[in-house]
Every structure is written in C-alpha cells, then in structure tokens.
Design a protein around this ligand. Structure first.
Ligand code: PAF
Length: 276
C-alpha cells in the first residue's frame, strides 16, 4: 500500500494503476461503514484508492472541524488489511492553497435539509469531491446511503458536469441496535448513546406505517415527531419525507420517498434515513 500527502505524487501513482479504479473518499476515523465501501470497491475494481481528508470547507464556523476525530495510523492499518492500493491523505494547505477561489455549487437539491441547516456544507462537499475526482480519475466512487443528500448532490454534479465516473451507493451499516455508524457517534456518552437509537426507531416506525398502507406524509412525519419528542435528550432539526431524486417534500408517498431526519442528541447532531 502506498501512502501520499501530495497531489503531484497521487497523480503520478495513479498513472500505472490497472483499470477499473475504485475511489473511496473519507474523512478518516474509519468504522465498519467506511470498510463496507472499501470492500465493495475492492470487489468491483482492480485498483482501490482511499482518500482521508477532513475537509474544512464543509464545516460551518461553529461546527466540529477542530474536534472531528482523527486517527491516521489506525486508519492506515485498517486500509492495509483491506488491500487498498493507495491512500491519499493531503493537508488542508495542499488542497486549499492560499490563492484557492473556485467552488462547485449544485442548485435546487442543496437548498433544503442539510443544505438549509448547514449553509455552505454541500458546496464544500461538491468542491472537494470534484477535486478528488480530477486528481484521482476513478472509474467508480463509493458513498454511503447514510449521507443521502450528499449522494443526490454528487450524482447531480457528475451528471450535470459530464464527469467521467460512476457513483455507487452502498447501504448504511448499522450497530446491532440500529444506530447508523458514524464517526460522530464517538461524541456520545453512554446515556446519549442509548438515546441516539431514537433516530432509527422513528425511521422504523415510518417504514412500518408505510408498509401497513399509510401514504399521508404529514401523518408519517407527525408519528415520527411524537416518538422522538418522548426522548428527553433529543431535539429535532428536521424530519423530511421527500422525492428520493428531487428532494421535493411530498404530501403523498406514492413515488420512491427518502425519509430523512437530523436530530440533536444533547450537543451531537446525527442524521439518518430510509428509502420507502
Ligand atoms: O462523507 C464524507 O465523509 C465526506 O462528506 C466526503 C464525501 C469524504 C467529502 O469530504
């Protein structure tokens, strides 16, 4: 496994790789969710590149960029075991030199949900992914369904800007009690960790009601809200039932629908979703 921090090196190491090349973009502090992406990339490609970069431009000024968990040595050990070919782990100055001033803005699909709650977040995600795709030139790039809006945005960018790669969606990996795996779960103390399962409980309730025939989105949202409000540590940021492609909010759940939510458990903001 080769490891580089430099863009020029990364481009040089990319040249002799046998196609297809799978890319797994990450912010490090790897868990089983990331490893599922790497394993899928390993299955579907001859060469696998993983990037580790805590991207400052996707964090708001009052968000957790500084305290976001990092453990590059552990990450490298895990990636070696998964037979990764190259790990690209640039510094912020390498990716955003002082004169950097170009941004990728994706339109309407960034306006709601994470886009509304975290201004600039999706612009930062789209910009860093465009940079990684240009540097690494992957055949396919792998993203987890947990960040559903991020996936919609990246797919839209790839289609609209005619980027020459395929985006692969990998199902969310969950803890045994249903909590979606996330590096931010490490912020939770034991009491908060127990409370955090309310996100999955609310999504499961929506799934159950939908499978029993409920198609009224307002009723589904209300039932989810009522359930979450019973958990004293939880504060709802949003609950959405939207068209899974356009992210337009639905009145009736007759098309594939993305049920997504963002909930604060004490100070930790968690997101999760299911598709109906
Ligand atoms: O999902 C993430 O970890 C990040 O948003 C990504 C895609 C690596 C971009 O920084």
């Amino acid at each position: 496994m080769k490891v580089t921090e430099k863009i020029d090196d990364m481009k040089r190491l990319r040249q002799p790789l046998t196609e297809p090349v799978g890319l797994v973009p990450t912010m490090g502090y790897l868990h089983e969710g990331h490893l599922a992406l790497v394993r899928r990339a390993r299955e579907e490609n001859i060469s696998v590149v993983v990037s580790i970069f805590v991207n400052p431009t996707q964090f708001g000024p009052r968000e957790d960029f500084n305290r976001y968990p990092r453990d590059p040595q552990r990450d490298l050990t895990l990636l070696e075991k998964e037979r990764t070919d190259i790990v690209f782990m640039p510094s912020p100055a390498e990716m955003y030199p002082a004169q950097f001033n170009s941004w990728v803005e994706i339109g309407k699909v960034t306006e709601r949900l994470e886009g509304a709650s975290r201004p600039g977040h999706l612009r930062g995600v789209a910009t860093i992914c465009a940079k990684l795709f240009n540097i690494i030139q992957p055949t396919k790039a792998y993203f987890g369904q947990k960040d559903a809006q991020q996936l919609v945005v990246i797919k839209k960018m790839v289609a609209d800007l005619n980027m020459n790669l395929e985006i692969v969606t990998v199902p969310t990996v969950r803890e045994p009690d249903g909590l979606a795996m996330s590096s931010r779960n490490t912020y939770l103390n034991p009491e908060q960790r127990r409370a955090a399962i309310v996100l999955y409980q609310a999504l499961s309730l929506a799934q159950k009601l939908w499978s029993q025939g409920e198609r009224d989105a307002a009723k589904l949202r209300q039932q989810m809200t009522d359930l979450i409000c019973k958990q004293p540590l939880a504060n709802i940021d949003y609950i959405s039932i939207a068209n899974a492609e356009t992210l337009d909010e639905l009145d009736r759940v007759n098309t594939p629908a993305l049920v997504s939510l963002a909930v604060r458990i004490s100070n930790t903001r968690l997101i999760d979703n299911v598709v109906l």
